[in-house]
Design a binder for this molecule. Sequence first.
Ligand code: GLN
Ligand code: ZN
Length: 757
Amino acid sequence: MAITASIGFPRMGPRRELKRMVEQFWQGKIGEDELTARAAELRKLRWQVQRDRGVEWIVANDFSFYDHVLDAACLFQVVPERFRGLPSGSFEQYFAMARGSADAAALEMTKWFDTNYHYLVPELEPQQVFALGVNKPLNEYLEAKALGVDVVPQLIGPVTFLKLSKVVGRDADPLSLLPNLIPAYEAWLASLHEAGARWVQLDEPALVLDLTDAERQAFVDAYAALTKGPRPNILVATYFGSLGDNLATALELPVEGLHLDLVRSPDALQQVHALGWPKGRRLSLGVIDGRNVWRADLDLAFAHLEQGVHLAGPEHVMVAPSCSLLHVPWDVELETDMDPEIKSWLAFALQKLDEIALLKRALDEGRAAVEAEWEANRALLASRRASARLNREDVRGRLDEAKGWKLERQSPHAVRKEKQAARFALPLLPTTTIGSFPQTQAVRDARAKWRKGEWTTDEYEAYLRGEIRRWIDIQEDIGLDVLVHGEFERTDMVEYFGEMLDGFVFTKHGWVQSYGSRCVKPPIIYGDVARPAPMTVRWSTYAQSLTEKPVKGMLTGPVTILQWSFVRDDIPRAETCRQIALAIRDEVLDLEAAGIGMIQIDEPALREGLPLRRADWEAYLGWAVECFRIASSGVRDETQIHTHMCYAEFNDIMPAIQAMDADVISIETSRSHMELLRAFEHFRYENDIGPGVYDIHSPRVPSVDEMVELLRKAANVIRPEQLWVNPDCGLKTRGEPETVAALRNMVAAARRMRASL
Ligand code: GLN
Ligand code: ZN
């Protein structure tokens, strides 16, 4: 009999209960006891829901108050010095590590593989000692047991844990600490064994990355050591990609089970077959997409399952999502306002559990036993494929046409730069901002009034124009050279565009955890994307009408829109991206025709979209750059194209940045003290660059001196003629007084720097 599994479940709860309780706790509205009690309720609900939907392999410890990597760090008492004054194992210490405290900066946060989930990076000392601390996985295991639910404790595996950590104070490989860490894992396994756990799930997604021989050896050594003592059976879970050249290592580990992501790696079972499946081992088949929201093609999933049964035997097979369901929303049935046709194509976490249960029945009882459900699924998929809302002749026709375009600006950058200099007559080191100004409570209240119908659209838009006018005046008063309208009309840089483009649908409750209590509600791209009407032109032209200075038009780039949405799975991502790019191109050309001379196309997600494996980079960067050029290359030489990226490791993508050929790129550099500019120097980047001169994540107002200092550093690396002066990123999360003060200092810094050149 096949086993149904959910190797991890959304944390927030159907109505983001976790977010609420944690934030109330932070605000002092509830105490520890209430937080603890409500968290236990939520864990109970999550277990029950899974059990009621027929899941047999339900995990414990996928719940977290903030982040599972932080939890693992706490489990093994990896607490940096600066937090050790706080009571060990307390909420106070835990949340201080997550969010910082008055006198200690939080742990660094970064993306969990190629997802939009952010984890906290454990900080290891060069001689880090690990010891089993508060045993949260064990406690949750016992908690479930008391509720009558048999769960599998889950934890990030030792090698992935170290690979995601950093050693501070010395340039050392975190994996060198493996011998110190293993005994702590052994003690943890022994504690679960003693408590009666028969299995544990150790997540080792690092197995889908490019690994060195030494790293592969680390897996072998770690698991050889781990498996010696008394312990439960171990299932190693891999996901987000193909094991490829690490598959042999994974098969060699002396563990009792392995989970494979068959959505990202559809030919994994052929590869396993070639190497031979170790007899008696449990094979967990990730056939339901844990990263996307579409109903599964059950025929395809079933084919994988049959192959899996053939390899491992029916009693050793698990039917599972490709990865933890953390990355999809809770329940599509909560979307009571959604277009019913589109809704019928969607599966969120609960629906995915139903698919898993159905697949198990098909395996155990034969396909005939589930014929009715099966046919219903086929009919749904067929209706989706055939829907005229998905496939639009006009969009396809334009894409074909675009294949013949050269996607090049009329002249090379040097020529454009001269023409643009003549048009805009900017000083050396022009000053500007990245786009958004503070989204104050007043702005949010205005939007809420309009959404609730308390304000008419005219009233709301009059308010927005008032804000634009106010901020144009402020910018002129500060003395900025290139102005922006402030993005007051946008809640979110992707949602705003998605709402105006065809092919997108929005949810009311489709929240996915981004980090801590922060959730995002990604738009769903279900069909061909097209732009029915201009999206930003009236805001930009209004702003431009108020000033003699140039106002930058402000657009979100195609790759970023794609990257921060759930994307259709029936055509390649690149194809959807090209469609978005065409829509943005139309907007760019309309802005240009309306007299907007500078247009910024933000691509903060371009770097993060880089595939996990280097072998896939070239193809990705190829179409990502192509899409940027579709969007940007149609303008005259005199029109200045800007782009913006947030913090990123640029070395890897410099040729792509060059190929984007934006006239100006602004990047986040202040926290790296301009170190990131080295890549631009090294690759002899010729176009203009605006390295951020102050950190927008903090309310602190930087002094003129420190910004001059950063500008000096920048001017040592790139030519002053290339250099722009701007903050690191948009200012929407900042307050108004600090924003104005910081920008005044920035303009003063630019002036002082100009005078010294
Ligand atoms: N133009 C956007 C803003 O200023 C860019 C935001 C981003 O890079 N994430 O808010
Ligand atoms: Zn940014």
